[in-house]
Design a protein around this ligand. Structure first.
Ligand code: ADP
Ligand code: MG
Length: 255
């Protein structure tokens, strides 16, 4: 089974407006796939259907070959799917490491957190989760902030915290929704480096991103959506030079 995600015929309307209209997309095992399109193209809505946050009006979603169309978001995490949100909303008063621990699988996060706070009574399983969270925070260079409340983080650090939370569940595929938006250039280079590293170690990645430089540096292939529908696909260079793609972006800019 070469596809980690195979979705076909996905549609979703909001109050009669088709946000996504008969969209199909396949993510190959090990691939770094870009998803681009002007604002309002339906990219985030597609992510929400793939992740189980929204239920599709129509269509079929296979994750690692298993029909996930009717499962909820929590079930899809168990199937190896992780997703970051376009606008990160960490629990602001919880510490950075407590936020990461909410991404732990199998165990109710509240249990881990309750035990975490009860000093001296931390069971081995919870200690393992804490060690794992520390390793992830180290990988993402957030370890020095782990005991700070999440509210002190910059926009870019919040994007990294999103990724840290997702990595707690050992996903085989990650959906990244605009990880570079609002991130300063220095941190952007670091985020690019880390997601490339995850992909090199075997994680399949689907990336929504407006920063075409980032897309060109990371993506093997790019799918373009416009008006809720599939427009075209190709290499980053080919889609950036495609007149239909340029026209779609200019059309939206002119509205
Ligand atoms: N929860 C929602 N309720 C109503 N309309 C929505 C909702 N989410 C998205 N939309 C609409 O669906 C369309 C696609 O939005 P979205 O998926 O966010 O696009 P993109 O991520 O490509 O910018 C837009 O017209 C948007 O206004
Ligand atoms: Mg979006």
């Amino acid at each position: 089974m070469p596809h980690v995600i195979a979705a076909s015929g996905l549609s979703l309307s909001f109050g009669g407006v088709k946000a996504v209209d008969d969209m199909s997309i396949q993510l190959r095992r090990g691939e770094f796939l870009g998803l681009i399109g002007p604002n309002g193209a339906g990219k985030t809505t597609l992510f929400n259907m793939l992740a189980g946050t929204y239920k599709a009006d129509a269509g079929c979603i296979l994750i690692n070959g298993v029909d996930a169309s009717r499962g909820r978001a929590s079930a899809r995490i168990g199937m190896g799917l992780g997703r970051t949100f376009q606008i990160p909303r960490p629990f602001p008063h919880m510490t950075v490491i407590e936020n990461v621990l909410t991404g732990a699988q199998n165990q109710a996060a509240e249990t881990i957190l309750a035990n975490f706070l009860r000093i001296g009574k931390v069971a081995a399983q919870e200690r393992a989760a804490i060690d794992k969270a520390k390793g992830i925070l180290n990988f993402l260079k957030l370890d020095h902030l782990m005991h700070e409340p999440a509210r002190v983080l910059s926009g870019g650090q919040r994007k990294l915290l999103e990724l840290a939370r997702v990595l707690m569940a050992d996903p085989s595929v990650i959906l990244l929704d605009e990880p570079a938006a609002g991130v300063n250039p220095a941190l952007l280079g670091f985020i690019i480096d880390r997601v490339r590293d995850l992909n090199a170690r075997g994680t399949s990645i689907l990336l929504i991103e407006h920063n075409m430089d980032m897309v060109a540096r990371l993506c093997h292939r790019v799918v373009v959506m416009v008006g809720g529908r599939y427009l075209t696909e190709g290499s980053p260079q080919a889609v950036a030079a495609n007149p239909a793609v340029i026209h779609a972006y200019l059309g939206v800019a002119a509205q």
